[in-house]
Design a protein around this ligand. Structure first.
Ligand code: WT7
Length: 671
C-alpha cells in the first residue's frame, strides 16, 4: 500500500506572474555557470556527472564506473571509487596552501565570536576523530548529534565522516521522546550534545533531554548508547553519569591533532537524517558519500556562483536540517568557502541582527527561507535599511514556495535591486538542489524555481504519469537518478520503494504539486500529501495526530496545515475529547486549559515546532465512507472559508455540527 494518499493540486489559484529579470551582462560575464552547462549535461548526462565528481572532489581511489542502476531504485554512483568527506572538506585545502583561509566566522548569540581557519578546522576535526575512536566508535557505527549551531557541531559532523561513522543530526528543538526514537531507530553508539545553547537571550538546556532519551523508559530497555560527549557552551549545571558522560573539551585535549582520514567506498553511508513522512514514524533518510559530496559541491558552486577566494557566504539554516548538512557543512567546505555561522535568532538582541552580521562580515551570498523573509517584511524595511548590505551579490531561497511579493521585497530591499535571486527546490531526500535558476544564466521569475539544473531531469505529470503540456499542472517527478539521491530509508527498503517509487512507474515521486508555465518553467505549488510545511520545517499531520491521541483526554484528532501569511502553513488541530473529558471543555476557561495541555503534550512528544497554532474541540470529524478523514473540508474551516463539496462524506451533517460548535466563543484560540 503506497504511503502517500495524493490529491491533485488545485489549478484555480495558479500564479499569473509575468515579470522576469534577466542577468546583467556584468554578472553573466563573471558567472561560474555558463549556458553551455545545460548542453554539456544534455549531450552526455553521466559523463557530465563523472566530470563534476573528478573536478570538484578528491578521490583516494579514482572511480571507473559512474552509475549502477541495476538495482533500481537503489542507485550506486562512482561505486568503485574511494574517498573521505572530511578530507575533502578540510585537509585538501590546507595541503593546497590555503590553511590560513577563514572557514568559519562564528558569531554566538550573546555576541562572542570565533574565527576558525581551515588549518584550525583540520586540527579540531582530527582531535575529535581521535576522541571518538578512543571512545570506541569505529567505521559504520552511528553517532547522534544533538547540538545548537556551534563550531563544534560542524567539527562533530566532520569527525564522524573522517572515521566513517554515519552521523544522524537531530534538531535541537526536538523533544526527548523524538530524540529517543531516532537514537533507537539508528541504534546509535554515541551521542554528542551540549550543556545548552543561547536562544532569545537566555541559555537553553539540551543535556536533560539526552539523559531522558537514552536510559530505560516505560518498560523499554536503555538504548544502545555507550557514551555521551558534552560540549560546554553555557556553563549550566548538568547531571553527570560517571563512566558514560565525557566532556568534549577533556576528550579533545587528550587527543592528538593528527588523524589519518579513513578512506571509504563512495557508497559508504555518510549520514542518516530523519524527516517527516505521511505516517506517524519519521523516516531515516540515508545518504552516502561520493555522489552526495559531488552534487553538494557542484550545486553550491554553480547555484550560488561561489568564488571561494573572495566571497563570504552565509546559509542561515540549522545543521539539524538537510539545508544545514549540504549548505553549511559539506557544500561550502568542500568548495573551500569562507562562511558565517550564527548561533541565535534573527531578533536577538534586536530585529536588525542578521543585517548587522551581513554588514560586519561583508556577506556576499545569503541563503535563507521565505518564512524569514516574510518576517522581516513584517518588521519593516527601515530595519535592513539601517545597515550596509551592498556586499550582497547573490540571494537564495529554500524550503517552501516563495510568494512573488516576498521575492520582490527580497530583491529590492535586501538585494539592492541587482542581486539575482535563486529559488532552490529540493528535499531531504534529494540531498542537494535539483531545480533552480542559475545566476548569470537564467532570467529569474518571482516565485518560480524554474528549471532543473544541468544533469537533473524533472517533469510535471498527470495522474497517469503523462508529462503535462506547458501551461498544465500536476505532480512533480524526477525521471533520472541523480548523484545525491537518497539510497533508502534506514532499515526499511520496502517503505522507500512504496513512498517514492510506487506512485508512478519508474519515476521518483516528490510529493509536491507543480505547474509548467508557457515557457515550460516549473512553479512549485506545495505538498499534495499529508506533509505540512511550517516555517520551512517539515511536519507530518499523522505524526501530530498520533501525538494528540496519545494524550488521555483525546479520542480522535485530525490535523491540517492552514495557510499562514508568515509561516507558510500553520498547524491546526481538530480534536474529539473522550466522553468524561468533554465536559471540561464546555466552558471557555476549561477549553483553554485543555488546549494548553494538548499543546504542551505535542511539544513533549515531538518538539515545540510541532505545537498546533489552534486546537479546535469538535463533536465529530468529517470522514468518507471508507473512513478517510477529509482534510480538505477541515482546511476550509481552518482558513475561514465556506466549506466545499461535502457530498462524499459518510454523514453529510458532520460539517454543520462542526461549524455550529465553532461558532461558540470558546472554540477559537489563536496563540
Ligand atoms: C519540501 C522538502 C530542501 C531543504 C529544505 C526543506 C518544500 C523546498 C522549496 C522551494 C517550493 C519547496 C517542498 C519539498 N520545498 N524548497 N524552493 N519551493 N517548495 O527540506 O524538509 O525535506 O522539505 O519542502 O514541498 O517537498 P525538507
Amino acid at each position: 500500500m503506497p504511503e502517500n494518499e495524493t490529491t491533485a493540486p488545485s489549478l484555480e489559484n495558479l500564479l499569473h506572474e509575468t515579470r522576469a529579470f534577466p542577468p546583467s551582462p556584468a554578472f553573466a560575464a563573471q558567472a561560474n555557470a555558463q549556458p553551455s552547462l545545460y548542453e554539456e549535461a544534455k549531450a552526455d548526462r553521466l559523463g557530465f556527472w563523472a566530470d563534476q565528481a573528478r573536478e570538484l572532489v578528491s578521490w583516494s581511489t579514482p572511480f571507473t564506473q559512474t552509475l549502477d542502476w541495476s538495482e533500481a531504485p537503489v542507485a550506486r554512483w562512482f561505486a568503485d571509487g574511494q574517498l573521505n568527506a572530511a578530507y575533502n572538506a578540510v585537509d585538501r585545502h590546507v595541503e593546497a596552501g590555503r590553511g590560513d583561509r577563514v572557514a568559519i566566522h562564528f558569531e554566538g548569540e550573546p555576541g562572542d565570536t570565533r574565527t576558525v581557519t581551515y588549518a584550525d578546522l583540520q586540527r579540531e576535526v582530527s582531535r575529535a576523530a581521535n576522541a571518538l575512536t578512543s571512545l570506541g566508535v569505529t567505521k559504520g557505527d552511528r553517532v547522534v548529534i544533538y547540538l545548537p549551531m556551534l563550531v563544534e557541531s560542524v567539527v562533530a559532523m566532520l569527525a564522524c565522516a573522517r572515521i566513517g561513522a554515519p552521523h544522524s543530526v537531530v534538531f535541537g528543538g526536538f523533544s526527548a521522546d523524538a530524540l529517543r526514537s531516532r537514537i533507537a531507530d539508528a541504534e546509535a553508539k554515541l551521542v554528542i550534545t551540549a550543556d545548552g545553547g543561547y536562544r532569545r537571550g537566555a541559555p537553553s538546556a539540551l543535556k536533560p533531554a539526552v539523559d531522558e532519551a537514552i536510559g530505560p523508559k516505560d518498560g523499554e530497555p536503555a538504548t544502545t548508547v555507550e557514551h555521551v560527549l558534552v560540549v560546554r557552551r553555557t556553563e549550566q549545571d548538568v547531571d553527570w553519569t560517571e563512566g558514560r558522560d565525557v566532556w568534549w573539551h577533556d576528550a579533545l585535549e587528550r587527543a592528538d591533532t593528527f588523524h589519518e582520514p579513513v578512506p571509504v567506498d563512495a557508497e559508504h553511508p555518510l549520514f542518516i537524517l530523519y524527516t517527516s513522512g505521511t505516517t506517524g514514524k519519521p523516516k531515516g533518510i540515508l545518504h552516502t558519500t561520493g555522489g552526495y559530496l559531488t552534487q553538494a559541491a557542484y550545486t553550491h558552486k554553480n547555484v550560488f556562483d561561489l568564488k571561494a577566494e573572495s566571497d563570504v557566504y552565509w546559509c542561515t539554516a540549522d545543521i539539524g536540517w538537510v539545508t544545514g548538512h549540504t549548505y553549511v557543512v559539506y557544500g561550502p567546505l568542500t568548495n573551500g568557502a569562507t562562511q558565517v555561522l550564527y548561533e541565535g535568532t534573527p531578533d536577538t538582541p534586536h530585529r536588525g541582527r542578521w543585517w548587522e552580521l551581513v554588514e560586519k562580515y561583508k556577506v556576499s551570498i545569503l541563503y535563507t527561507a521565505p518564512t524569514a523573509i516574510r518576517t522581516c517584511m513584517k518588521w519593516g524595511e527601515d530595519i535592513p535599511a539601517g545597515f550596509d548590505l551592498s556586499s550582497l551579490r547573490v540571494l537564495g531561497s529554500v524550503g517552501e514556495p516563495i510568494n512573488p511579493e516576498a521575492w520582490m521585497w527580497y530583491r529590492r530591499v535586501i538585494g539592492g535591486d541587482t542581486a539575482p535571486i535563486v529559488d532552490t527546490w529540493w528535499q531531504t531526500e534529494t540531498g542537494a538542489i535539483m531545480i533552480s535558476p542559475l545566476p548569470g544564466v537564467t532570467a529569474t521569475k518571482p516565485g518560480s524555481a524554474q528549471v532543473a539544473l544541468p544533469g537533473i531531469v524533472a517533469d510535471v505529470v498527470d495522474d497517469e504519469a503523462r508529462s503535462v503540456p506547458d501551461g498544465g499542472g500536476g505532480y512533480l517527478v524526477l525521471s533520472e537518478p541523480w548523484p545525491s539521491m537518497l539510497r533508502g530509508i534506514w532499515g526499511d527498503l520496502q517503505r522507500f520503494k512504496d513512498t517514492y517509487w510506487s506512485r508512478f512507474e519508474g519515476l521518483y515521486f516528490a510529493g509536491d504539486g507543480a505547474k509548467k508555465d508557457e515557457d515550460g518553467d516549473i512553479w512549485l505549488l506545495g505538498r499534495v500529501d499529508d506533509v505540512m510545511n511550517v516555517s520551512g520545517h517539515r511536519l507530518s499531520t499523522t505524526e501530530i495526530e498520533s501525538a494528540l491521541v496519545s494524550h488521555d483526554v483525546v479520542a480522535e484528532a485530525a490535523v491540517v496545515g492552514a495557510n499562514d501569511e508568515t509561516t507558510g502553513q500553520a498547524v491546526v488541530a481538530f480534536v474529539i475529547l473522550r466522553g468524561e473529558h468533554a465536559d471540561r471543555a464546555s466552558t471557555p476557561e476549561g477549553a483553554e486549559e485543555v488546549q494548553q495541555e494538548l499543546r504542551n503534550h505535542v511539544a513533549k512528544e515531538i518538539g515545540p515546532i510541532a505545537k498546533p497554532r489552534r486546537i479546535l474541540v469538535v463533536p465529530e470529524l468529517p470522514k468518507t465512507r471508507s473512513g478517510k478523514i477529509m482534510r480538505r473540508l477541515l482546511r476550509d474551516v481552518a482558513e475561514n472559508r465556506t466549506v466545499g463539496d461535502a457530498t462524499t462524506l459518510a454523514d453529510s451533517s458532520v460539517m454543520d455540527l462542526i461549524s455550529a460548535g465553532l461558532a461558540k466563543p470558546s472554540a477559537a484560540n489563536e496563540d
